[in-house]
Design a protein around this ligand. Structure first.
Ligand SMILES: NC(=O)c1ccc[n+]([C@@H]2O[C@H](COP(=O)([O-])OP(=O)(O)OC[C@H]3O[C@@H](n4cnc5c(N)ncnc54)[C@H](O)[C@@H]3O)[C@@H](O)[C@H]2O)c1
Length: 270
């Protein structure tokens, strides 16, 4: 059987684990959901490696954490680039001597609809949203093995059930499959793997749906479509991630936690 563990590994060579706060590595940490999640993890006592394709965005989040007394470092990492992933994980692992939680918040949605989308956009969507988390887990594996503990939390989307751009929905469904597979593979070394599936959250990401007026109308439709009648906020997603990354969830793995005010439920009539 070939699996994530069969590939060549770089990583830790010492056997002593450093004392001190555990380390959470967050991709897309410069984004809206990723940034709020980094700040929440820092408040929970994690040392946070804020990574993003956009180094300035990552830097701003790390600076906010430091200003409020937390511990963070910013690192540029492009999750679509396998070499970049290995280099960044190596850098972060060697600086802190450990990598405990990995949160995959980096994500993109192609702007075109099915008729217009180009092959390069399909490929990039899958590379960022699915292959990136897989290669990141592979790069962190030596650290998890050494620690015999850890957690992987992927941010998928309610649309893994369908309902978004086909390439995006396919990538987020693929991410659920990946996460569940990794739960099986990583379980024996004490590492959990779970997914968080938010519905529409008003962020920079959603701004691509159009101008403010269009977005207001979309947000209202999204709110009205939930049984709870509310929109999900970045902090709601961060709460779920923080729980699944923590020891409180040490016996939970392979789950998809929908943070979508009930909109994952089949259509209902009120
Ligand atoms: N906003 C929503 O409605 C919503 C709903 C469900 C799921 N999500 C998911 O939540 C996650 C965060 O979304 P957000 O709304 O905060 O969006 P955002 O655009 O604010 O954040 C995404 C971040 O990912 C980074 N990124 C993009 N490509 C990257 C790459 N190749 N390597 C590293 N980083 C890269 C961006 O620079 C950005 O900082 C995404 O995975 C998204 O699919 C968002």
């Amino acid at each position: 059987m070939t699996g994530i563990s069969d590939h060549r590994e770089t990583g830790p060579d010492a056997t002593d684990l450093p004392e001190g706060p555990r380390v959470a590595l967050v991709t897309g940490g410069g984004g809206d959901i990723g940034g709020v999640t980094c700040e929440r993890l820092a408040r929970d006592g994690w040392t946070v490696a804020v990574t993003d394709l956009d180094p300035d965005a990552a830097e701003r989040v790390a600076a906010r954490i430091a200003a409020s007394g937390g511990s963070a470092r910013a690192t540029r990492m492009d999750v679509a680039d396998p070499d970049d992933i290995r280099t960044a994980v190596d850098l972060i692992g060697r600086e802190y001597g450990r990598v405990d939680a990995v949160v995959c918040a980096a994500g993109i949605e192609p702007p075109q609809d099915l008729a217009a989308i180009e092959v390069s956009a399909w490929d990039l969507t899958l590379d960022v949203n699915v292959r990136g988390p897989a290669l990141l887990a592979q790069a962190v594996l030596p650290w998890w093995r050494r620690q015999r503990s850890g957690s992987l939390v992927t941010i998928t989307s309610r649309t893994w059930l369908g309902g978004a751009h086909p390439a995006y929905a396919a990538s987020k469904a693929g991410l659920v499959g990946l996460t569940r597979s990794l739960a099986l593979e990583l379980g024996p070394i004490g590492v959990t793997a779970n997914a968080v599936a938010p519905s529409f959250v008003r962020t920079r990401f959603s701004a691509q749906r159009g101008d403010e007026r269009l977005l207001d109308a979309y947000a209202e439709r999204a709110r009205a479509a939930t049984p709870l009648g509310v929109l999900v906020r970045p902090e709601d997603v961060a709460n779920a991630v923080a729980f699944l990354a923590s020891d409180q969830a040490a016996r939970i793995t392979g789950e998809v936690l929908h943070v979508c005010a009930g909109s994952q439920l089949p259509l209902f009539v009120r």
